[in-house]
Design a protein around this ligand. Structure first.
Ligand code: ZN
Length: 162
């Protein structure tokens, strides 16, 4: 019954609510007609299928992001959080979030450390950390991010978690 444990529980509840909120009311959902970069993310294990749209300006800044498709609550919430976070970022910064999140969810980084690789603070993305205990859901949580990576690298193949 330490106050630290209580704080941690409250944080978990907050994160759970954030996931549910983003899954129910995804931000930036729909097509982006003037997208410059797109990629599909497919997670056959769960049946998640998302299409990510990005408008990346000449200075490599992401000026808009949207997504469509269907998937489980975790994959949709993650895509929604992604679009919220990457708009306004330089593609290099967005890719840092991608690698930080993947590293963090793979369990390499300590959960007690706010900063994942490259000194990136995951912020709201920490809400996705709960999936670390469920390896099959890690793919749901990182699907949109793999698609972001593909879109920025301009890979023509759909991003898949397999
Ligand atoms: Zn899923």
């Amino acid at each position: 019954m330490t106050s630290l444990a209580q704080t941690s529980d409250e944080l978990q509840d907050l994160y759970r609510e954030l996931i549910i909120d983003h899954a129910r009311s995804p931000r930036h959902f729909g097509k982006l007609p003037d997208a410059t970069h797109t990629a599909e993310g497919i997670n056959p294990l769960c049946g998640d299928k998302l299409k990510m749209y990005f408008r990346i300006d000449g200075d490599d800044r992401i000026s808009d992001a949207r997504f469509e498709g269907s998937g489980c609550a975790i994959s949709v919430a993650s895509a929604s959080l992604l679009t919220d976070m990457v708009i306004g970022l330089h593609t290099d910064e967005a890719l840092k979030y991608f690698s930080a999140l993947v590293t963090r969810l793979a369990g390499v980084q300590s959960a007690d450390n706010d900063n994942a690789g490259d000194g990136i603070n995951l912020g709201k993305l920490r809400a996705l950390e709960g999936v670390r205990e469920f390896p099959s859901r890690v793919k749901c949580a990182t699907l949109a991010w793999h698609a972001l990576n593909s879109a920025i690298q301009r890979k023509s193949q759909p991003a898949t978690t397999e």
